[in-house]
Design a protein around this ligand. Structure first.
Ligand SMILES: [Zn+2]
Length: 498
């Protein structure tokens, strides 16, 4: 409503303005959708209108997006746009323009709209070296700058177009309207030694999903895995899984299949196409039906990954938990327990100075470690974590109060050479008791999905599941890695076994 009123005001203003400017034609006033280097431009932020068939944008568009310097001289009503090696002077109400000292003519004169100086998008963008075109299908103006243009003849463009066509196919199948989310391993999958990252831009340009908006989710897979996409419409729960034929894509990247063939029929590049409704309510209402689909590997084995991540992401799970799930490649209660432990550490065992850091002894390790690495950046590669597996026999030997052992957490100050630690437990049986979800009942995916959803309400309540088995100080001269040396049993050192 506010927006409508705003445009009405602009319309009235322009109507009153045009007689002064001597324009006979009534301008079409409508907002224009703009894609700048494949990214949608915020409509609220950038004013854009059509005047006599030309898209006009406020001069700020060029400082915001091109990084040009924009100046305004009120006395002469002149707008000066300074780009790299380009100087453009435009005057309100005048068709004469000066580019690097040379006079040129434009067909629609710049105008004032409130305090905004509206200038022709195409003319100024092209003067700054960009390409501008109208896309009939998407009804958007596309602006591509020269540095991006240079890439478009390469495999970047081939992969981008392939993803664009795939996204269009998916939209057609799902019905064009809705609130979309895309899950993919593009960027991780490698085809013929080439990164599949350009596909991400293709998806964005067609559907508008971006990682910043949290609706373009990159799922970690091994680089040897086939490239796949899952297009999900959040309101209906409908989604379509598309896996690419890697051999065919490689032939296309090598020039053996033409770009036009992709544009004609992208589906000839698909190895698997499968449309399903994966809304959690729907799956849990009829678990047998979905279990049969899992057995058939309708999403080539990514059923659990896709179902859990798509569902918790559309339920508004926090970004850190989603990031952890993407790294882990699915969301299970194990990952959530790691996220909850990270929250616990931040609250109850926080780092107290910039020289202090965490060191995690993952004993016994489980899916939680992946969340801890994402949230706390305690990667083994940087010396933030060591992993010690425990077999059933070892677990049996734990003292009764250490039964739910969930790791040993150190903080160590590299300057003062002091450190301390906590041994934590995580009580999954309490989670099962509180939620009434029995992990041994139903299909494994079923109870895990249920608990994933239930735990979303307990992410900030670590006190429900976490207990401190033991707190301790490091002895003078001792460092956390002393507890993870070959031949050292940290459980003996900390008196945790019988
Ligand atoms: Zn897991």
């Amino acid at each position: 409503m506010k927006k409508k009123l705003c445009f009405l005001m602009i319309f009235v203003l322009l109507l009153s303005l045009f007689p002064i400017l001597g324009l006979a034609d009534t301008p079409t006033i409508q907002p224009v959708k703009i894609l700048f280097n494949n990214m949608p431009i915020d409509k609220e932020k950038s004013s854009s209108i059509i005047v006599n068939g030309r898209t006009m944008v406020s001069s700020e568009f060029f400082s915001d997006n091109f990084g040009a310097e924009v100046k305004w001289e009120p006395i002469t009503q002149t707008i000066i746009i300074q780009g790299k090696n380009v100087n453009i002077k435009l005057i309100i109400g005048k068709k004469e323009v000066v580019i690097n000292g040379e006079n040129r003519l434009i067909d629609v004169e710049p105008l004032l709209m409130f305090d905004k100086k509206m200038v022709p998008l195409k003319f100024v963008s092209e003067a700054l070296g960009a390409q501008v075109k109208w896309n009939d299908e998407t009804e958007k103006v596309e602006v591509i700058t020269s540095n991006v243009l240079q890439k478009t003849t390469s495999e970047y463009n081939l992969l981008r177009v392939l993803a664009e066509q795939t996204a269009k196919f998916a939209l057609k199948t799902l019905g064009n309207k809705g609130d979309f989310m895309v899950l993919t391993n593009a960027g991780y999958a490698i085809i013929d030694n080439k990164s599949t990252s350009p596909c991400l831009d293709g998806i964005t340009s067609v559907i508008g999903c971006t990682s910043g908006n949290g609706n373009l989710l990159e799922i970690h897979t091994a680089d040897s895995k086939p490239l796949w996409f899952f297009f999900y419409e959040k309101n209906s729960g409908n989604g379509i899984f598309i896996e690419m034929d890697g051999i065919k894509v490689a032939r296309y990247l090598n020039g053996n299949i033409k770009l036009n063939d992709v544009k004609k029929d992208p589906s000839s590049f698909f190895k698997i196409v499968d449309k399903e409704n994966i809304a959690s309510d729907n799956l849990l209402a009829n678990p047998d039906a979905w279990n049969q689909k899992i057995q058939k590997k309708v999403f080539d084995g990514y059923e659990f990954a896709i179902v859990t991540i798509a569902n918790i992401a559309s339920k508004g799970a926090p970004a850190g938990l989603i990031k952890s799930a993407l790294f882990h490649d699915h969301l299970c209660p194990g990952v959530t327990s790691g996220y909850i432990i990270a929250n616990y550490l931040k609250k109850e065992f926080p780092l107290r100075s910039p020289s202090e850091s965490y060191y995690i002894l993952a004993v016994p390790p489980w899916c939680k470690e992946d969340a801890l690495q994402v949230i706390l950046n305690t990667t083994p590669g940087k010396g933030g974590m060591a992993v010690i597996p425990m077999n059933d026999n070892n677990k049996k030997n734990l003292k009764p109060d250490a039964q739910n052992l969930a790791g040993i957490y150190f903080r160590y100050d590299s300057v003062t050479k002091k450190g301390d630690g906590v041994v934590l437990s995580f009580d999954f049986s309490k989670a099962q008791g509180l939620s009434g979800i029995n992990m041994n009942k139903g299909f494994p995916w079923e109870s895990r999905l249920k608990l994933d959803i239930w735990l979303l309400n307990y992410l900030e309540k670590p006190q429900f599941f976490i207990n401190v088995i033991k707190s301790f100080e490091l002895k003078p001269g001792e460092v956390p890695t002393d507890y993870a040396q070959p031949g050292v049993n940290p459980l003996v050192k900390l008196d945790l076994i019988k």
